[in-house]
Design a protein around this ligand. Structure first.
Ligand code: DGL
Length: 264
């Protein structure tokens, strides 16, 4: 690492911008390379082996090319599947994004928590472990809402998303046995907070949402405390997919201080 080393923020798409938004509040000037594996999106419909191979392979190549001081896997699907493996092979400090079951368990009054993630995330053993460790005595209902990922992407491209579009995901939790007691929902995919206003309407005012973006940003800021960033270092975003398509998201990146989009 040298003094111009950036922070690498990795997601399958634009979900990681929900983490970047929180990071900017704490570290407004830090150079960030936002890496979107658009060629691999969506991860939530892939097998564990596919996600692990993609994430480990890409992060290895990105670490070599960009020499980041820290990597944040701003994706629950990638983190719950591959965090351990990536940490084993890379020397760079890695911050993962895992479902915020612990704060949700502290917040619920009814004892019934919903977990809204991708299909791949909600079936992970990592989630079973979090449930066992932090949600003892609570009821955790899980629903894999892959459809919300494309809706989050569409919204950031400027397309209209309505409450009807997200209603199926809400029903997927509320209509389960005991779902009528739900008062806290974990948004366990970094794309989902992009749809929080629509989800809020779909779930109704008695349900609170919890996600990890703020906590992840704090963790990154803590790990990098005291480190200097040169003023000339610039942030940019890279995609593994087509650049033309990526540029349709340029407004969303500009809102987070990222003016330059490139192909990885
Ligand atoms: N943003 C990713 C997550 O947090 C998932 C998106 C995808 O399915 O690729 O799980």
């Amino acid at each position: 690492m040298n003094s111009s080393s950036p922070i690498l923020l990795f997601d399958s798409g634009v979900g990681g911008l929900t983490v970047l938004a929180e990071l900017r509040k704490l570290m407004p000037d830090a150079p960030v390379i936002y890496a979107a594996d658009m060629a691999g999106l969506p991860y939530g419909a892939k097998s564990e082996a596919e996600v692990a191979a993609r994430v480990a392979g890409l992060l290895g190549r990105m670490a070599e090319r960009y020499n980041p001081r820290l990597i944040c896997i701003a994706c629950n699907t990638a983190s719950t599947i591959a965090l351990g493996m990536v940490r084993e092979v890379l020397e760079t400090p890695i911050v993962g994004t895992v479902p915020a079951i612990k704060p949700a368990a502290a917040l619920t009054k009814t004892g019934t928590i919903g977990l809204l993630g991708t299909e791949a995330t909600v079936r992970q053993r990592y989630v079973d472990d979090l449930e066992r460790e932090f949600a003892q005595g609570k009821k955790l209902l899980r629903y894999g809402a892959n459809g919300l990922v494309a809706l989050g992407e569409a919204k950031l491209r400027g397309e209209e998303v309505s409450v009807d579009d997200v209603a199926k995901a809400a029903a997927g939790l509320v209509l389960q046995a005991g779902g009528e007691n739900l008062d806290t929902v974990v948004l366990a995919c970094t794309h989902f907070p992009l749809l929080e206003p629509e989800l809020r309407e779909a779930f109704g005012k008695d349900v609170s949402f919890v996600h990890g973006a703020e906590g992840i940003a704090k963790r990154i800021a803590h790990l990098l405390e005291g480190q200097k960033f040169p003023f000339w270092s610039k942030s940019f975003a890279v995609t593994t997919g087509g650049l033309e398509d990526f540029r349709r998201l340029s407004g969303a990146f500009e809102n987070h201080g990222i003016m330059k989009l490139k192909r990885f």
